[in-house]
Write a protein that binds this ligand. Structure first.
Ligand SMILES: C[S@@+](CC[C@H](N)C(=O)[O-])C[C@H]1O[C@@H](n2cnc3c(N)ncnc32)[C@H](O)[C@@H]1O
Length: 260
């Protein structure tokens, strides 16, 4: 899948993205609390300079900015990045956000203490070459000993069970309930899948159905650990939902210092 089709997927979804959550503001607060705890456990209380390189509409970036961190957002989708900046401003937080591909980050070397990619953005990279390009770039913009944080779906389980759908998520809106679910179509390699993202929107006694399509690489923990180690990170740790309180497994890793 080309980057323009991933961008189109999220450009189209950006105005409705918050409907994926039962209560988006509650998710913003909860995710910042959990991720902020991981940052302070590894780097001290901060505030820290954080790059959220797949910020989307700002689910993690806004809460971290409200908690006092100096957060910059970037995302492949210019529509999502613009919404993140606007949503942050409307909540009293500063969040500069730009359109950028995580494989080509437009930031200076060592500019950040933390690089974050949350909620299954990373598995949009479909080849080892793309994964390596992203991780090398993330390392470049991190300071020595800076922290990489990546969250993704629990793909070890999914690779075994090969689910074909996700359970429906119901979001309350002023116009009624919006239902979101996904269908998954696994590739023959057993590692990648095409996803159909359904949103059912109430419309005068019936439903408007919106379907958007994209592709993911369901990376196992072992696969991502190997890529992260190869890119020059150490102290690679997986935080399970049970141990962190986050709803996905989270990888943290520290940038190894540059050799002068
Ligand atoms: C599932 S969304 C998560 C967004 C955000 N972290 C959140 O939780 O609201 C995945 C995001 O990854 C972004 N994305 C996908 N591929 C990307 C790439 N190569 N570079 C930067 N962002 C990318 C998408 O545009 C989308 O906003």
């Amino acid at each position: 899948m080309s980057e323009s089709s991933v961008r189109d997927f999220y450009d189209e979804l950006a105005p409705d993205y918050h409907l994926i959550f039962r209560d988006w503001d509650a998710s913003i607060a909860h995710q910042a609390q959990v991720l902020g705890g991981l940052l302070s456990a590894r780097l001290g209380a901060g505030p820290h300079r954080v790059l959220d390189c797949s910020c989307g509409i700002g689910t993690q970036a806004i809460g971290l900015a409200l908690a006092g961190h100096e957060v910059v957002g970037s995302d492949l989708s210019p529509v999502a990045a613009a919404r993140a900046a606007a949503e942050a401003a409307s909540r009293g937080a500063g969040l500069p956000a730009v359109a950028a591909d995580m494989r080509l980050l437009p930031f200076k070397p060592s500019a950040f203490d933390v690089v974050l990619s949350a909620d299954n953005a990373f598995p949009h990279l479909l080849s080892a070459q793309d994964v390596r390009a992203a991780l090398v770039g993330m390392r470049r913009v991190l300071r020595d000993d800076g922290l990489l944080v990546i969250s993704l779906r629990a793909y070890d389980d999914a690779r075994r069970a090969k689910p074909t759908a996700t359970p429906p998520q119901v979001s309350e809106t002023p116009d009624g309930q919006v239902i979101t679910f996904q269908l998954w179509h696994w590739h023959e390699d057993g590692e990648r899948y095409d996803l159909e993202h359904f949103q059912l929107i109430p419309a005068q006694g019936t439903w408007d159905v919106r379907v958007r399509r994209t592709t993911y690489w369901a990376l196992t923990r072992r696969q991502l650990t190997e890529f992260v180690a190869e890119a020059g990170f150490t102290d690679i740790t997986w935080h399970t939902p049970a141990s962190s309180g986050y709803y996905q497994p989270v990888l943290t890793a520290q940038r190894t210092p540059s050799l002068l």
